[in-house]
Design a protein around this ligand. Structure first.
Ligand code: GDG
Length: 472
């Protein structure tokens, strides 16, 4: 077992991510249990974890608390502590106040603060040290996402024997934006410590290669970057996906189907149900989408007796100022649209600011006719794929922003430019009353894409390529 009697961990496959894949649950008798959270990444990596004595290094979600490693569901969990100040500076600050907006086309202004950066370096070093301690000789370590971009290089310095992969879940910006970052050199070099750097899209991998060509003395040949010390890093695209089968089966189960019927009944049996599902984030284009829908109703192009728009916005990063402000703006917009266009017993917009169990999400996806996904920029967008996986037949329509990574693969969606409100309006109209055979043709292709490319294949593609890199 990867945990011996002394509690020391030694694993041949190690995932390093900001968050652990477990949530703490408090029992009525006061005792505490951990439950694996049902994210796609955990599902994809569980088989690899089990086969390889895997360990997962990450923060458990509560500040100022040091926990020993433990075993949960066959995965060795290695908690990394964060102080309250570090949560504010490394996580809310540098990760979500600097990198997140910078990497998403600066749709909100990124803030640059040296104390945030100092915390980012300190916390990245802690994660790297912990990963170094728990990795076997020659182990494979897979580092996840923008919060930990310095870890690959730090880890390589500590443990040159390791095989190091990195995957970025969000976009990688064009050089013109990235170079605003005062710490652009450190981040670039941090990533280059990996043997394989994975991005969502070929365009992101190309942005990175172009950055390296301009700013680092390295030899770049296609996806292969050779550094002065002979280390080779590869930059390639691995578009992430979902556990398509399990989502499909869940959505087809009788309780979920019944719930989907109940949802439509509770909504007053609309002819067309539009659905939006997002973390409440300014990158998701929620305001643009709601404004478009509101105008269609006011102009009489959609009849509030026939249609309803359900918008789920999951609470997110609520201590970051920009997110509080966005919530207020959306509250106001929803109030205005329903105030202008609602009637007794009918509000065209149903807005839910909360999160739901997976079953309820599957029921919503099943119940909806038109899924509306309009991010201003998105690394991939799994919601679009989940909607497609939950279809029982070639029906329903996906309206999808061309600036979501998902648009690269889901070519037959009804594409929109989220900055163009008239385009969103025309496309919502089209998607709601397009001929069934047009919808079927599109949905058939989308379903094939999503079922042929699931998250297991994504993980396998990445890990197979990582396995073939020559370390050193
Ligand atoms: C980042 C990148 C990339 C949402 N509300 C509830 C809930 N969700 C689930 C969805 C979906 C996930 O959260 C959201 O994933 P997205 O891909 O849509 O967006 P981000 O959170 O921004 O994710 C993104 C992704 O990483 C993976 O690489 O695709 O581009 O930004 O799975 O279903 N799930 C439950 N209740 C909710 O209320 N159970």
């Amino acid at each position: 077992s990867p945990t011996d009697q002394g509690g020391e961990v030694s694993a041949s496959f190690v995932v390093v991510a900001n968050r652990l894949p477990v949530d703490r649950v408090q029992n009525p008798d006061g005792t505490v249990d951990w439950r694996t959270s049902p994210g796609g990444l955990v599902t994809a990596l569980e088989p690899v974890m089990r086969a390889n004595e895997g360990a997962w290094v990450g923060w458990h979600g509560a500040p100022d608390e040091v926990l020993d490693p433990f075993e949960e569901d066959g995965i060795t969990i290695v908690p990394v502590p964060l102080s309250t100040d570090e949560v504010a500076d490394y996580y809310e600050g540098f990760s979500n106040g600097t990198l997140w907006p910078l990497y998403h086309d600066v749709v909100a202004p990124p803030a640059f603060h040296r104390v945030w950066w100092d915390a980012y370096v300190r916390v990245n070093r802690r994660f790297a040290e912990r990963a170094a301690q728990v990795s076997d000789q020659g182990a494979t370590v897979w580092v996840q996402d923008y919060q930990l971009q310095l870890v690959p290089q730090m880890l390589r310095m500590m443990r040159p024997d390791l095989r190091i992969g990195f995957f970025l879940h969000i976009p990688f910006p064009p050089v013109e934006l990235f170079q605003q970052l005062p710490w652009r050199r450190e981040i670039t070099e941090g990533l280059l410590g990996a043997d394989l750097i994975g991005f969502q899209l070929p365009g992101a991998a190309q942005n990175f290669a172009r950055l390296v060509r301009q700013r680092v003395s390295a030899e770049v040949r296609r996806d292969q970057i050779t550094l002065g010390d002979g280390h080779v890093a590869r930059a390639r695209a691995y578009p992430i996906s979902i556990d398509s089968r399990s989502f499909h089966e869940l959505s087809r189960s009788e309780p979920v189907q019944q719930r989907a019927r109940d949802i439509r009944r509770d909504l007053g049996e609309p002819k067309v149900m539009f659905l939006g599902v997002d973390r409440l984030d300014y990158t998701k284009g929620i305001k643009q989408r709601l404004r478009a829908f509101g105008e269609l109703i006011l102009e009489g192009r959609l009849d509030p007796d026939d249609v309803v728009f359900v918008q789920i916005a999951t609470p997110s990063r609520e201590r970051v100022e920009e997110y509080r402000h966005l919530r207020d703006e959306i509250d106001m917009l929803v109030g205005r649209i329903n105030g202008d266009a609602g009637r007794i017993g009918r509000s065209p917009l149903v807005y839910l600011h909360s999160s739901f169990p997976r079953e309820e999400m599957a029921a919503m996806y099943s119940a909806a006719d038109v899924m509306v996904v309009t991010p201003l920029r998105d690394g991939m967008n799994l919601v679009a794929k989940e909607f497609v996986a939950c279809r029982g037949a070639d029906d329903g329509a996906l309206v999808l922003s061309e600036f979501a990574g998902a648009a690269y693969e889901l070519k037959q969606a009804y594409k929109i430019n989220p900055y163009d409100i008239n385009d969103i309006k025309a496309t919502l109209e089209l998607a709601s009353h397009d001929a069934p055979n047009n919808k079927a043709r599109r949905m058939r292709a989308l379903r094939k894409q999503v079922f042929d490319n699931d998250i297991a294949k994504w993980a396998d593609n990445f890990l197979t390529d990582l396995d073939q890199t020559v370390t050193g």
